[in-house]
Design a protein around this ligand. Structure first.
Ligand code: NAP
Ligand code: ZN
Length: 333
């Protein structure tokens, strides 16, 4: 049996129809018939080999929803279950992080569309430990972006103890950012959207922001000095990091999940004064994904999507590059 997929043959190349022979179904593996796959900005980074880890031919896609069509004898799930698969496809299972449920921090973590062929395809075979059941009440198209984008912004809120009384800022209202606004609002926080796109204001407020800051306006950041307990950055571009550090209250934290093009530079002094910190975060563990999916189903958090056919992927990448997507493109089979 061959699996039909879409692949780039070389760095930065066009994505074209591609077929591959899947690996044999292992005892813990499931085969999933893909219904939807979100287009994360990381897929674009991988196409350009920005992380220095892409294998070609490259089948992108790591925000997958679909139904289980086959399973190994030890695999979780039943045939017909609706499941989701995110960035991570494997970990050592033995290190301290794996053993206490932080598999996303395992040094031997493998990635769905790097260690294998990803979700821009009709099917995928994967270890069932890294798949999660999609709760009733979440549509597969709206749930797919939660599997990477959703858990990536939910995890730092959880790990760094964001609380209902806090003032939270979200930099970049794209795929990750529009989910971060919804999570922060559902968690009871005062929420501010920082955006370079003035025309996103109305939708950002509808998604849960109390305030919208158009960052291209001169002087606007100075007026916000010392205000925020927690700011999450989802931008894939360079911004003035010092301005955001100045916008933190004492003990405030800037949490970086987006991957800007260049080194992040800022002065030490504003960090020392007020004991502010800057930290990073990567995706989330399978148990956190499960918890985040339930939280989303209960609180109405879902991706606002543009739906395309898998074959339209090159045009979709152009829309992502041009920051035109509102707010997550999802490919549908
Ligand atoms: P996206 O949908 O393209 O959104 C990024 C947003 O950044 C844009 O919507 C835009 O928001 C803002 N932006 C774009 N160009 C900008 C510029 N020149 N200056 C300032 N802001 C700009 O991307 P995404 O899928 O949300 O991914 C965002 C980043 O997170 C990517 O780098 C991706 O690789 C990374 N990521 C990391 C993890 C992790 O585990 N840490 C997981 C998934 C993704 P405005 O229009 O509102 O300004
Ligand atoms: Zn992603």
């Amino acid at each position: 049996m061959k699996i039909k997929a879409y692949a780039a043959k070389e760095k930065g190349g066009r994505i074209e129809a591609f077929e591959y022979e899947p690996k044999e179904l292992g005892p813990e593996d499931i085969e999933v018939k893909i219904s939807h796959c979100g287009v994360c900005h990381s897929d674009l980074h991988l196409l350009n080999d920005d992380f220095g880890m892409t294998q070609f031919p490259f089948v992108p896609g790591h925000e997958i929803t679909g139904t289980v069509t086959a399973k190994g004898e030890k695999a979780m799930f039943a045939i017909g279950d609706m499941v989701g698969i995110g960035w991570q496809s494997g970990s050592c299972g033995e290190c301290a992080y794996c053993r206490h449920g932080e598999e996303n921090l395992c040094a031997l973590s493998s990635a769905t569309c790097v260690s294998g062929f990803g979700g821009y395809a009709e099917k995928i075979r994967i270890n069932s430990r890294f798949a999660l059941k999609i709760p009733a009440g979440l549509a597969p198209s709206e749930a797919a972006p939660l599997l990477c984008g959703g858990v990536t912004v939910y995890t730092p809120f959880k790990v760094y103890g964001v609380r209902p009384w806090m003032k939270v800022g979200v930099i970049g209202i794209g795929g990750l950012g529009h989910l971060a606004l919804q999570f922060a609002r559902a968690m009871g926080c005062e929420v501010t959207a920082f955006s370079t796109s003035e025309n996103k204001e109305k939708e950002a407020l509808a998604l849960g922001a109390h305030n919208f800051v158009s960052t291209r306006k001169n002087g606007v950041m100075t007026s916000l000095a010392g205000r925020f307990d927690f700011i999450i950055s989802t931008v894939s571009a360079d911004v003035n990091w010092g301005e955001y550090i100045n916008a933190l209250a004492p003990k405030g934290r800037l949490s970086i999940v987006g991957v800007p093009e260049n080194e992040i530079k800022f002065h030490a002094f504003p960090l020392l004064v007020g004991q502010r910190s800057v930290s990073g975060s990567v995706i989330g563990s399978p148990s956190t994904i499960g918890e985040m999916l339930e939280f989303s189903a209960r609180n109405g958090v879902k991706a606002k999507t543009e739906i395309y056919k898998m074959s339209e992927v090159n045009d979709v990448f152009e829309r992502v590059r041009a920051n035109k997507v509102r707010y997550r493109a999802v490919l549908e089979n």
